[in-house]
Design a protein around this ligand. Structure first.
Ligand code: GDP
Ligand code: CA
Length: 336
C-alpha cells in the first residue's frame, strides 16, 4: 500500500494518525510501504468565527499534534500557551470569552483570517499553515485536506424554557466548550453541509487510496459531517480501496469527548456495534468493509458480521503511538 487516506475529526483522529505514522515508520503495518503517503480529510464543521477570527479546531488539532505543537494535557491548543489576550478581552467585558484563545494559538487564527480575507480558499490557507507544522518533518508524505472550502457549521438545539419555542440553537463549540455537552442535544443542524462541495484533493484522496481508514473519531459531528459533503459518501462507496473503521466507543462509552451525546441525539445505539451499524457495510448501502472493536466489545462481533461487515476485536486505547500503531495494524489485517 502506497497511499492511506484517513477521515479525521480532532483529538481522536489526530492521535490515530500519529500512531499510523509511527507504524509506517517502524515498518509494523502489514503490506504498507515504508514510504507510504497519508492523506487526511479533516472535518471543518466545528469551525467558527469568534472575535473576528476564523478558528478551525479539528484542522488545528491535527496540525499541532503531528507537528509536535499540541498541549497534550489539555488536548487542544498550543504547548507553553499563555492567555493574556483572553484576560484582556475579559477585562473589556467582551462576550464569548468561553472560547479559550491562547496567545500563541491566536497567531494561527490571525494568519488564517488574513489569508481568507485576501481571497485564498481554506485549503490553500491550510497548506500555508502546514508549511510550518508538517512540511519540515513529513515533506509531501502527509497532507491535510479540509473536507470542503465552503462554510459549514454544526449547530445544536438545546432545551430553553425561557424561549417561546422552548428551544435555543447554539454553535457546536458553545455546546461543547461552554456547556461541556452536559445537556441533551435535541437536534443537530449542519448549516451549509448539503450545499458544500468537496475541497480540492478530497475526492482524489479517496479514489486514489490503497486503503481508507475511519479512525476512532466522533461518528456524527466529525466523520458524519465529512460523509455529508456532496458526493463524498458516493465516492467512498465506489472506491476500489478497502474501507476500515475503528470504534470510538469502548464498553458502551466514549473514551473522551462527547460521542455518546451525539449518537443519542441522532437515535443511534451507543455501543461499538451501534457505531459500526450506523456507518453500515458497503455491501449493504453503507461505507465500511471492516469494523474493529475493542476486546471488551467482542460480544458485538456476531451482530456486525451478520450486517455484512468484517469484524474483529483488539485493544483500542490510544495510550501511546506504539499502541495506536498496533491498532492500525489490526485494522489493516482485518481487511487485507
Ligand atoms: P474531536 O473532534 O476532538 O472531538 O475528536 P474526534 O472526533 O477525532 O474524536 C473524538 C472521539 O474519539 C471521542 O468521542 C472518543 O469516542 C474517541 N476516542 C478518544 N480517545 C480514544 C481512544 O483512546 N480510543 C478509542 N477507541 N477512541 C477514542
Ligand atoms: Ca471536533
Amino acid at each position: 500500500m502506497q497511499q492511506i487516506t484517513v477521515l479525521s475529526g480532532g483529538h481522536g483522529g489526530a492521535k490515530f494518525i500519529e500512531g499510523l505514522l509511527h507504524g509506517i515508520d517502524s515498518g509494523t503495518l502489514p503490506g504498507v510501504s515504508p514510504d507510504a503517503v497519508v492523506r487526511v480529510i479533516a472535518n471543518t464543521a466545528d469551525d467558527l468565527w469568534i472575535h473576528g477570527l476564523k478558528v478551525c479546531p479539528d484542522l488545528d488539532t491535527v496540525m499541532y499534534t503531528l507537528g509536535g505543537g499540541l498541549d497534550h494535557q489539555r488536548g487542544w491548543g498550543r504547548t507553553e500557551e499563555t492567555w493574556s489576550a483572553k484576560d484582556e478581552l475579559e477585562a473589556y467585558g467582551v462576550p464569548n470569552t468561553w472560547f479559550g484563545l491562547g496567545d500563541r494559538d491566536i497567531a494561527t487564527h490571525l494568519v488564517r483570517t488574513q489569508m481568507l480575507e485576501a481571497g485564498y480558499p481554506l485549503s490553500q490557507v491550510t497548506d500555508a499553515l502546514c508549511a510550518r507544522w508538517l512540511t519540515p518533518t513529513y515533506g509531501d508524505r502527509v497532507r491535510l485536506l479540509p473536507m470542503t472550502d465552503d462554510r459549514v457549521e454544526t449547530h445544536v438545539a438545546i432545551a430553553d424554557p425561557s424561549s417561546p419555542s422552548g428551544r435555543q440553537v447554539i454553535h457546536f463549540q458553545e455546546y461543547w466548550v461552554r456547556l461541556h455537552a452536559s445537556v441533551p442535544a435535541e437536534q443537530l443542524v449542519f448549516i451549509g453541509l448539503p450545499e458544500a462541495a468537496p475541497g480540492p484533493g478530497v475526492v482524489e484522496a479517496i479514489t486514489g487510496a490503497d486503503l481508507v481508514i475511519v479512525p476512532p473519531s466522533n461518528p456524527i459531528v466529525s466523520v458524519g459531517t465529512i460523509l455529508g459533503v456532496t458526493g463524498v459518501r458516493e465516492v467512498l462507496r465506489a472506491t476500489k480501496a478497502p474501507v476500515v473503521g475503528l470504534s470510538p466507543i469502548i464498553g458502551g462509552a466514549h473514551v473522551r469527548g462527547m460521542a455518546e451525546q451525539m449518537l443519542t441525539s441522532v437515535g443511534a445505539e451507543v455501543s461499538a456495534a451501534g457505531v459500526g451499524l450506523h456507518y453500515g457495510a458497503r455491501s449493504a448501502g453503507g461505507v465500511l468493509d471492516g469494523w474493529l472493536v475493542d476486546t471488551t466489545d467482542a460480544a458485538d462481533l456476531a451482530r456486525l458480521e451478520a450486517a455484512g461487515l468484517k469484524a474483529a476485536s483488539a485493544p483500542l486505547w490510544m495510550s501511546s503511538p506504539a499502541e495506536t500503531a498496533a491498532m492500525a495494524a489490526a485494522a489493516i489485517s482485518l481487511i487485507a
